[in-house]
Design a binder for this molecule. Structure first.
Ligand code: SAM
Length: 260
């Protein structure tokens, strides 16, 4: 799929993604912003920024926020949230900024296993001494609670079985670090952040997952009713009376520095 087609899936439910799914990942955003020391006056870029909550959090810390995503419908929400940021529609494999423009670049589940070129691009736009923070699912996610949501989508979608395996390879031990080294960056030790995605009830949870890109691909193949039924069935035992649906997530991340 070309980057120009990404909006068909990611943009389809943009307002649901921005209000129901994206806010639940704030502990990941917070961990990455702290680990990369984004703060007052940092020239900061978020790659595959989606609807831009991470950008907004960076801007509130005083950073000069820049963002890029391939979905213009997600970007409309990002621009509304953080009007002072420089937010551009484009491809992470060809960033529309000059060499050495940024102190920090991040990507939260935006750069995946097949995206080596995007890491080269991130390295190109960093200043010497600047760093890239890359977060992704750890390789063990298949047996985890978050893995259940992906399993619900994958088991009914041929496209997702193959594609999600390639994407997930960034989580293999040493793989993200290797991608950074190939791009001339020096990765520090991998870090982890664990948290629960919180859903008020099963309806809330299903709505959140139906807004994600992978669900859209499955919906094209099998129809919305079947995808919804599959997600509901797989997540039903995560619902607790009085608590709602809580799905444990383990995110791993690497911070890699561009040599001075
Ligand atoms: C899992 S979402 C993560 C979004 C955001 N980082 C977050 O944490 O909420 C993946 C994002 O990658 C974007 N994307 C996919 N391919 C892209 C490409 N080639 N260039 C730029 N963005 C892309 C999608 O539009 C989507 O917003």
């Amino acid at each position: 799929m070309s980057w120009k087609e990404v909006d068909q899936g990611w943009g389809d439910q943009a307002k649901v993604w921005a209000s129901v799914m994206e806010p639940r990942w704030w502990p990941e955003f917070d961990a990455l912003l702290r680990a990369t020391q984004v703060g007052d006056g940092s020239d900061y870029l978020d790659i595959a920024c989606g609807s831009g909550l991470m950008l907004n959090m960076a801007s509130r810390r005083g950073a000069l926020a820049h963002g890029l995503d391939a979905s213009d419908r997600l970007l409309s929400l990002a621009k509304r949230r953080t009007p002072e940021a420089d937010i551009r529609h484009g491809d992470m494999n060809a960033l529309p900024w000059d060499d050495q423009s940024f102190d920090v670049a991040t990507s939260c589940r935006g750069i995946w296993g097949p995206n080596q070129q995007a890491v080269h691009e991130a390295a190109r736009v960093l200043r010497p001494g600047g760093c890239l923070g890359l977060s992704f699912f750890g390789a063990g996610r298949d047996g985890s609670q978050i893995g259940k949501a992906f399993k619900a989508i994958r088991r009914i979608s041929d496209h997702e079985i193959d594609w999600s395996q390639q994407l997930g390879e960034i989580g293999l031990e040493g793989r993200a670090e290797e991608m950074c080294r190939i791009a001339g960056l020096e990765p520090a030790e991998r870090q982890r952040v664990q948290f629960d995605l919180e859903g008020a009830d099963l309806d809330h949870e299903v709505r959140a997952w139906m807004a994600a890109g992978p669900a859209w691909m499955a919906i094209q193949e099998r129809g919305a009713d079947e995808v919804e039924r599959s997600i509901r069935q797989e997540l039903t035992d995560l619902e607790e009376p009085g608590i709602g649906v809580r799905t444990q997530v383990l995110i791993e991340f690497v911070v890699a520095t561009k040599p001075s």
